[in-house]
Design a protein around this ligand. Sequence first.
Ligand SMILES: Nc1ncnc2c1ncn2[C@@H]1O[C@H](COP(=O)(O)OP(=O)(O)OP(=O)(O)O)[C@@H](O)[C@H]1O
Length: 271
Amino acid sequence: MTAPLTPPLTDPLNGQTADRAARRGPAVRLESVSKVYGHGTNGLLALDGVSLDVAPGEFVCLLGASGCGKSTLLSLVAGLDAPTAGTIEADRDRVAMMFQEPALFPWLTVSANVEMALRAKGVAKAERRSRAAEFLRIVHLDGFGGKRPHELSGGMRQRVALARALAQDADVLLMDEPFGALDAMTRDLLHDELERIWRERSLSVLFVTHNVREAVRLGDRVVLLSSRPGRVVRDFPVTLERPRRTDSAEVARQAAEITDRLREEVLRHGR
Ligand SMILES: Nc1ncnc2c1ncn2[C@@H]1O[C@H](COP(=O)(O)OP(=O)(O)OP(=O)(O)O)[C@@H](O)[C@H]1O
């Protein structure tokens, strides 16, 4: 029998995965996206003609002055709100969001918080406890499943939020200043954890931060938005070898370059 000239799109052992990989475009695509809050003369233009792609497996950090529309952009990608103009492509079933506040249910145990996400995904009750334990192990919280959120530190609560996001079977993580409220040491540790999980699970990440060094520490690219209305001003590729250290000279150098551009942007708008 002769082999087919073109290989089949589906792998017989794992047809779905091969098929999906073959069809994969960007994990997230925004094309000329604008967002106006309110109407008429009271309308507020938050985003103006934003085009941005996140490739599968790419880590993109979003920076910009306060109020330039970063959170708006994430909520549009998550489908929590609709753009006024333009198009957004993202597989909403595979997207999970993380905020500065971990937003856990305080009356539920850590395990039950993660199990909620599994339940929403239709995982059978009998399997949920062991699957939750597996996700907690990934974020290095083995043995903490029976605790309540108030018994954990801020960093540990964000780990639970990360485990819950992973339990949503997400391959796109939308992160809105997830480590903004943590001390520098805890943040550093979570950078390492997130980078490891991102690589192991080939996640695509869109990460909003005010911290330029954090953006350079983590991102494959740093996208700078203008002051409101948010437009893409510049896209900085970060090619430094990983893993990076937030306090390294290389990270500091690139962060200084981006900070200069960010400062220009903020001053241009008289803030
Ligand atoms: N639901 C809403 N209704 C009306 N205006 C809104 C709404 N959400 C955000 N805005 C306004 O849109 C603009 C962009 O807000 P957004 O929160 O997206 O900015 P941001 O860049 O995330 O800000 P920050 O860096 O301070 O968190 C702001 O002027 C904000 O006040």
